[in-house]
Unconditional design. Structure first.
Lengths: 199, 242
């Protein structure tokens, strides 16, 4: 344990995802030794991101206005919705240039062992978006791992009574990986080869 | 530090850093083991798919101080895919994993729990019986292995021969009229028969049970499990019952 404020910093850093106690300590001492201008820049970036960036009221993607850049773009096709887990997955799909519709960010995947159930994700919001019948296809692009598959299964079952097509990216995406690590070509191909989910 | 090989069921997979994962394994010989699997979230990883929950794998592990490291993993039974394709099975299977995780200790051999869980996952993946029944049977039997076998016939306190009707959590199952304390439940006799069948794996009886008895039975099993486990099993809340 260190003196007051230093330990506070280590504790705060240790709460970040993927930062263990050792890394937290390393980052803390790096900051202590860093130029104070560099630290000020980091602080203002942190403050600014919390002040300026919010979540799109339509799709849940990160946005600098009420609606994100994609939802407010009139050239996007309103008949397709691509469902992803996280905002970073929107970036991954956008890179492929295969998809011209809009997105829906769930905020994670169904993981009962982590205490995350359907009600903890933005699934009700998805149903609301589908209510007017304008969307004809929902493409489920959750991660190609167990929780992503189970979430896709749940969505397919939930959306079955609606008059629309529910598809899943083609297998060929390596199972067990994160969507964001798939290269553009593989992900683009998975989009083209998507299959109808029937449960 | 030693290298060892074992059969293992993947109980949990948590993200670590950029591309790694910490997996919690229930091994056949070495009890519960936590290990790092490096690079598995990169899409070119050879064993990412094999180290997903519900998979049974043949693993090679390198012993570490707190965490071991997975160096190789080959699939023995690919239960992940069939289970993830049925949402009811998925929630039941998740509750099984969490219960097994709670009832076992790190590096303390628990072969019976391993075999029970492997059997339960196989039944869910194969759709052998209704998922809720498979779950309840697993929960009862793993509690029994942990030393908390409930009684569904004789009196759990004094042994008075059954069938006894009242069910009391604190007493460990059915109780006779003289041992009965306030707060005992009075389930249907058929529910107690179903639970007794699930405890010993008598599927002929269990498969023929009626929905209302399955519902009542799963309520009792859940209460019994939560009674014995301090913090409760949180995925049970999300189990879908048909
Ligand atoms: Zn949006
Ligand atoms: Zn008695």
């Amino acid at each position: 344990m260190y003196e007051g404020v230093v330990q506070d910093l280590i504790d705060e850093l240790g709460r970040l995802p993927g930062v263990g106690p050792k890394s937290a300590q390393r980052i803390a001492f790096h900051l202590l030794q860093a130029d104070s201008l560099d630290v000020t820049r980091l602080v203002s970036a942190l403050v600014e991101v919390k002040e300026k960036v919010r979540f799109c009221i339509v799709c849940g993607n990160v946005a600098e206005a009420e609606q994100c850049r994609i939802c407010s773009d009139p050239r996007r096709d309103l008949t397709y919705i691509c469902v992803v887990e996280e905002p970073k997955d929107v970036v991954a799909v956008e890179r492929t240039r295969e998809f011209r519709g809009r997105y829906h960010v769930l905020g994670g995947a169904i993981s009962p062992i982590e205490g995350v159930g359907p009600d903890d994700l933005r699934i009700k919001e998805l149903l609301t978006r589908l209510a007017d019948g304008a969307v004809t296809e929902v493409i489920v692009a959750t991660d190609p791992n167990l929780e992503g598959e189970a979430t896709a299964t749940y969505l397919a079952r939930l959306l079955r009574p609606l008059d629309l097509k529910v598809t899943r990216l083609a297998s060929g995406l390596p199972v067990g990986g994160d969507l964001e690590y798939a290269d553009e070509v593989t992900l683009g191909r998975a989009f083209e080869g998507r299959r109808v989910l029937d449960v | 530090m030693a290298l060892y090989r074992d059969a293992a069921i993947v109980l949990r997979a948590q993200k670590l850093g950029e591309a790694d994962r910490i997996v919690t394994l229930l091994t056949r010989q070495h009890g519960k083991v936590r290990a790092v699997a490096k690079g598995v979230r990169r899409t070119r990883s050879r064993f990412g798919a094999r180290l997903e929950p519900f998979m049974i794998v043949d693993v090679m592990l390198y012993e570490g101080r707190s965490l071991d490291t997975v160096t190789q993993a080959e699939t023995l039974a690919p239960y992940g895919d069939p289970i993830a394709r049925d949402y009811v099975s998925y929630t039941a299977a998740t509750a099984m994993l969490e219960t097994a995780e709670r009832l076992t200790e790190e590096r303390e051999p628990a072969m019976q729990q391993f075999l029970l869980l492997a059997g339960g996952l196989s039944a869910l993946a194969g759709g052998d019986h209704e998922a809720g029944l498979v779950l309840d049977s697993f929960l009862l039997r793993s509690l029994a292995v942990a030393g908390w076998a409930p009684s569904f016939h004789d009196c759990a306190r004094c042994g008075a021969p059954g069938p006894q009707r009242a069910f009391n959590l604190a007493s460990g199952g059915t109780v006779c009229p003289s041992c009965r304390t306030p707060g005992s439940a009075l389930p249907a006799l058929a529910t107690l028969e179903l639970l007794a069948a699930l405890l010993v794996g008598d599927w002929d009886v269990a498969d023929q049970s009626l929905p209302q008895h399955r519902r009542e039975g799963s309520g009792l099993v859940t209460a019994f499990l939560q009674w014995h486990l301090e913090r409760g099993v949180r995925s049970l809340r999300l189990v879908e019952r048909v």
